[in-house]
Write a protein of this length. Sequence first.
Length: 340
Amino acid sequence: MKKIILSSFVLSFLLVGCSSNKNSTKESSPEKYLSEIKAENLSKHLYIVASDEMEGRDTGTPGQKKAGEYLINQYKANGISFPKGASAFYQPIPAEFFKKQFSPKLGDSENIWAFIEGTEKPDEILVISAHYDHVGMKNGEVYNGADDDGSGTVALLEIAAAFQKAKKEGNGPKRSILFLHVTGEEHGLHGSRFYAENPLFPIANTIANINIDMIGRRGYEKENNDNYVYVIGSDRLSSDLHRISEEANTKYIGMELDYKYNDLNDPNRFYYRSDHYNFAKKGIPAIFYFNGVHDDYHKPTDTPDKIDYPLLAKRTKLAFAVAWELANAVERPKVDKDGK
Ligand SMILES: [Zn+2]
């Protein structure tokens, strides 16, 4: 999650924050594959992705590239390739793209993508995104970014593995799914903006974006709640998307979906502060799953030992179930709202 900087104060003063379809056919149910998403796998991946060795995964650094290699190796091990039409797991982004007023100079970096082709409507694409960059190191201290956004990063690995297992058993998604690990989020949502401006698949064929950014912890207002997630953006462009998220949750998961931060007047403005926004800006229905901020947000103490793994697994299952319903529904979600 990206921090917002108050222009009147310099750097020292940061606002806290970061930031079924009813038509789907009967035989297509995610139920059988929900159990493929396991807390222990998420933990195994996260202890590596958010380890000190990755040096806080700042955009363009060797630590980030090492984390990226780990992700690619997981896809390869599961027999999942890069997308059709691409020549590698990387979407390279030149350093100039990251140039911004007051931003530090960043090196070349890469989005990372993996792909499961749809069986019936392969040209319609669901994008599931999470940013794999974090804020790096400061004064010799590693900012591990286990929750932000190591949690979303490893969720994508597990969701992809579950879809791949389903595909192997003849239950592959009808539409294609692009797993997009974006870079440069912490410096201004750059990786998702780059993708939205240089999409591998036409924007018009991109049916929705599910964005996962910080789902491994409990936020300030929810410290005693192990069964919630904040949902942001689901109803801004598409009533179908909102309904599908609600129905999949009711049917398969049963979490408390909290819409507090979806309020247009919420001062945190989280809707504008993670990668789904770059998809929404292009008119793509987008949904953002988020746990809220906590004491370790953007601190060196956002470490893997503080993650609530059963809760991370539960939220990952929700994202998987919603992705399943979107990918398999007879109709893609209609855009029937103005995005506000
Ligand atoms: Zn962040």
